[in-house]
Ligand binder design. Structure first.
Ligand code: ADP
Ligand code: MG
Length: 250
């Protein structure tokens, strides 16, 4: 599915503007990366698209294959196919990882249809194997006491199991060592498909060595300041974000 964001403005509950007219289109089949300095609004953008309640949209549109996402509740957006892997995944004490994913899968079935538990676990184990995750993570409470890297890997497991139509990954690479980074990249690359769009938010070029994006966007002060190909990420890595300021004054 494709995601189309048009002149999106959003603010905090206290009225502070964070997004100042974001324009972005990610067609199905493509991987786009958003880079940008800390505080430029990358996480806010991902949360506004997913339907986080802490932000108020004050203008613009967000459409998934032409359907207005902003009119939908967060669970409707999820069932419509939007998945967000959080920069800071929440812990859910008392709910086992397997049951959490199972409930999310069940919620996607038509009323009255029961999830096939045997097939579910078979698939869960296959995907955990792909991500080199120990089986003990099925029984542990969601993210509770997980290391930073384990949480990120767990987000990817959820993504693989839910097979969303549009994936947003918010700095899934941060806090990962190089081996974990490669495994996460393998999971994301396994999700690449002609009918699925992927938006990767990252602070560093490193992830993009393993997941080659079709387009790279740079966010600054709540809008997309520049767009280009994969070379833009390498240029930023070389020159740093000060390079943006030179662009702004050029
Ligand atoms: P990025 O992900 O690019 O680092 P964020 O979207 O997390 O940036 O944040 C953009 C700006 O908005 C930052 O200055 C941040 O402090 C502020 N901000 C975002 N969410 C909140 C919030 N819930 N409360 C207060 N400030 C927020
Ligand atoms: Mg962020």
């Amino acid at each position: 599915m494709s995601l189309k964001i048009n002149k999106l403005h959003a603010q905090l509950e206290d009225g502070t503007a964070i997004l100042n007219g974001v324009d972005l289109e990610v067609p199905a089949g493509e991987v786009h990366a958003i880079m940008g300095p800390n505080g430029s609004g990358k996480s806010t953008l991902s949360k506004v698209v997913a339907g986080h309640e802490g932000y108020e949209v004050t203008g613009g549109t967000v459409e998934l294959d032409g359907v207005d996402l902003l009119e939908m509740e967060v669970d409707e957006r999820s069932r419509a196919g939007v998945f967000l892997a959080f920069q800071y995944p929440a812990e859910v004490p008392g709910v086992s990882n397997a049951n959490f994913i199972r409930a999310a899968r069940q919620a996607r079935l038509p009323d009255g249809e029961e999830l096939d538990a045997v097939a579910f676990y078979k698939e869960l184990y296959e995907k955990m194997d792909l991500l080199e995750m120990d089986r003990k993570f099925t029984g542990r409470a969601v993210n509770e006491g997980f290391s930073g890297g384990e949480k990120k890997r767990n987000e990817i497991l959820q993504m693989l199991m839910l097979e969303p139509k549009f994936c947003i990954l918010d700095e899934t690479d941060s806090g990962l060592d190089i081996d974990a980074l490669k495994i996460v990249a393998k999971g994301v690359n396994a999700m690449r498909s002609p009918d699925r769009g992927i938006l990767l938010i990252t602070h560093y070029q490193r992830l993009l060595d393993y997941i080659e994006p079709d387009h790279v966007h740079v966010m600054a002060e709540g809008r997309i300041a520049r767009s280009g190909g994969p070379e833009l990420a390498r240029e930023l890595e070389e020159k740093g974000y000060d390079f943006l300021k030179q662009l702004a004054t050029a």
